[in-house]
Design a protein around this ligand. Structure first.
Ligand SMILES: [Fe+2]
Ligand SMILES: [Fe+2]
Length: 207
C-alpha cells in the first residue's frame, strides 16, 4: 500500500486546531472569508429580525385568515433560514454578536415595522419589500460563493428559492387586495405552516 496519499497533508499542520482546512480551501478558490462571514451575520440578523416583525404583522392581519396563513409560512421559514445559516458562520470562524441589539442593528434589511395605519394593503406591502430585500441579500451570497464554496452556496441557494416564492406570494396577495388584479404566484400554500421545503435543517442532518 502506498505510504503517501494525495490529500493526506496540506498547509494546516496535523493536529492544529487554530486553523481550518474548510476555510483554507475556499480561500484558495478565491472566497474572501472575512467579508463572507460579515455578510452572513448581517443576513442572519435580517432573518432573525424579520421573524420577529412578521409575528406582529401576522397578528394585525386578523380577519384575513388566508393572508395570516401565508404570512405565517414566511415567518417560520425565516426562522428556518436563521437556523440554517448560523452554524455556517461558526464553521467559517465567526460568531453571532454577543448583544442582540448589535445583531438587530446590523441586519441587512430594514426593520419590517407595523405600519402607522395597519391595513391588509399596507401590511402586505411591508411583507413584499422585506422579501425583496431578502432576495437581493441571498443572491449576493450566491454570487460570492458560486463555484468556490459549495456549502455556503448550497445553503444560500436553498434560502433564495424560498425567498423567491415568498415574493411571488405577496405580489399575488397585494395585487388582489390593493389593485383588484390577479397576478398568480404559481404555487399554493405550504402543506404545514413554515414547512421550509428547501431550507429546513432536518433535511440536512439525518443522523
Ligand atoms: Fe428568509
Ligand atoms: Fe422570506
Amino acid at each position: 500500500m502506498a505510504k503517501e496519499k494525495r490529500h493526506m497533508k496540506g498547509r494546516v499542520k496535523p493536529g492544529d486546531v487554530t486553523q481550518r482546512v474548510g476555510v483554507e480551501q475556499i480561500e484558495a478558490r478565491g472566497v474572501n472569508v472575512k467579508q463572507l462571514r460579515e455578510k452572513l451575520i448581517d443576513a442572519a440578523g435580517a432573518e432573525f429580525t424579520t421573524y420577529y416583525y412578521y409575528t406582529i404583522l401576522r397578528m394585525h392581519l386578523a380577519g384575513h385568515e388566508d393572508y395570516k396563513e401565508i404570512c405565517e409560512d414566511a415567518r417560520l421559514e425565516d426562522r428556518a433560514h436563521f437556523e440554517l445559516i448560523t452554524p455556517r458562520i461558526y464553521e467559517l470562524g465567526g460568531g453571532l454578536p454577543r448583544d442582540i441589539r448589535e445583531f438587530a442593528d446590523r441586519a441587512s434589511c430594514l426593520d419590517a415595522y407595523l405600519p402607522e395605519n395597519p391595513t391588509a394593503t399596507s401590511i402586505l406591502q411591508i411583507l413584499l419589500e422585506a422579501e425583496r430585500c431578502a432576495i437581493r441579500t441571498w443572491n449576493e451570497i450566491c454570487d460570492l460563493t458560486f463555484g468556490k464554496d459549495p456549502r455556503t452556496y448550497d445553503m444560500a441557494s436553498r434560502i433564495l428559492q424560498e425567498e423567491t416564492e415568498h415574493e411571488a406570494w405577496f405580489i399575488e396577495l397585494l395585487s388582489k387586495e390593493r389593485d383588484g388584479e390577479i397576478r398568480p404566484s404559481g404555487h399554493f400554500r405550504r402543506g404545514e405552516p413554515g414547512e421550509a421545503p428547501y431550507s429546513k435543517n432536518r433535511q440536512f442532518y439525518n443522523p
